[in-house]
Ligand binder design. Structure first.
Ligand code: GLP
Length: 261
């Protein structure tokens, strides 16, 4: 079962996950991080940046792989995930730009882009810790309902609900690309530790389905139930539809400190 951690605030969630990432880098300089975009992981990046400022650590050998990218946005578009990762992660954490990878969403060279990305992840030794958010459709990365649990990095069509959700970042809803390239659920499941974060009542149903619902391709988030090391970090609102919430809180309260997350 995934470990469910319910915290008081986004900041507390960020600090918990940042501490684990820091611990990994201290142990292994060439740690490979799986990087999510969206608003959810921002407290993790902020907490890690603050920690690196007060207690510097060599992060020059850390590698990062973004989960996904829009297809067809011009290079340098402010909402391309390449730009977002540079702005929110690579820059603030002082990572080595050449070590940070984002799937290639350029239409002209899209055909081999998925296989190239899989090879790059393999060449880096696989992802040690994969940060994940979840969409209201239940998507992980951009694996919309129906995505195979064995899927690898490939081009997908965004669900209308996901395009509507992401329209807030664009000048108009029509500007949100229809296609994306995303790590598959099979790619994500190969990461050694999955850390799924969610905040707010609008994520409560997707989280309940992911954690407690039947394992089903109709709920991509439920793929986490097939992984041996998963940590789900939630605020109270995102945890509000969990049937066994009290039990998860009890487990966390009684967790031996040496276990970490
Ligand atoms: C985005 C990303 C996902 C993210 C999800 C939730 O569009 N492709 O990786 O987890 O949708 O976004 P947010 O964290 O902003 O709610």
């Amino acid at each position: 079962m995934a470990e469910i951690v319910v915290v008081d605030s986004k900041q507390a969630a960020g600090e918990l996950v940042a501490a684990e990432i820091r611990r990994l880098i201290e142990a292994t300089a060439d740690t490979v991080l799986g990087l999510a975009t969206g608003s959810t992981p921002l407290p993790v990046y902020a907490a890690l940046a603050a920690s690196l400022l007060t207690h510097p650590l060599d992060v020059s050998r850390v590698h990062g792989f973004a989960l996904d990218e829009y297809v067809g946005l011009p290079a340098g578009h402010p909402e391309s995930y390449r730009t977002v990762i540079t702005r929110d992660v690579t820059g603030p954490l002082g990572l080595t730009p050449a070590n940070i990878h984002v799937p290639n969403g350029d239409r002209a060279t899209l055909e081999g882009a998925g296989a190239d990305y899989e090879r790059a992840i393999d060449a880096a030794g696989g992802v040690d810790l994969q940060i994940l958010g979840i969409g209201r459709t239940g998507h992980l990365g951009f694996n919309e309902p129906g995505s195979s649990f064995a899927s690898l990095t490939r081009v997908k069509t965004l669900a209308p609900k996901s395009r509507a959700d992401n329209a807030r970042f664009f000048a108009s809803p029509d500007e949100v690309p229809v296609h994306c390239i995303t790590q598959g659920l099979g790619t994500i499941r190969r990461a050694r530790h999955l850390v799924l974060l969610a905040f707010g009542a609008e994520k409560a149903a997707a989280i309940a389905a992911a954690v407690e619902g039947p394992v089903s391709a109709s709920q991509p988030g439920s793929a986490i139930q097939l992984h041996e090391h998963v940590t789900v970090v939630l605020d109270e609102a995102a945890a509000s539809q969990l049937v066994n919430g009290d039990y998860y809180r009890y487990i966390w309260a009684n967790k031996p400190a040496w276990q970490g997350i």
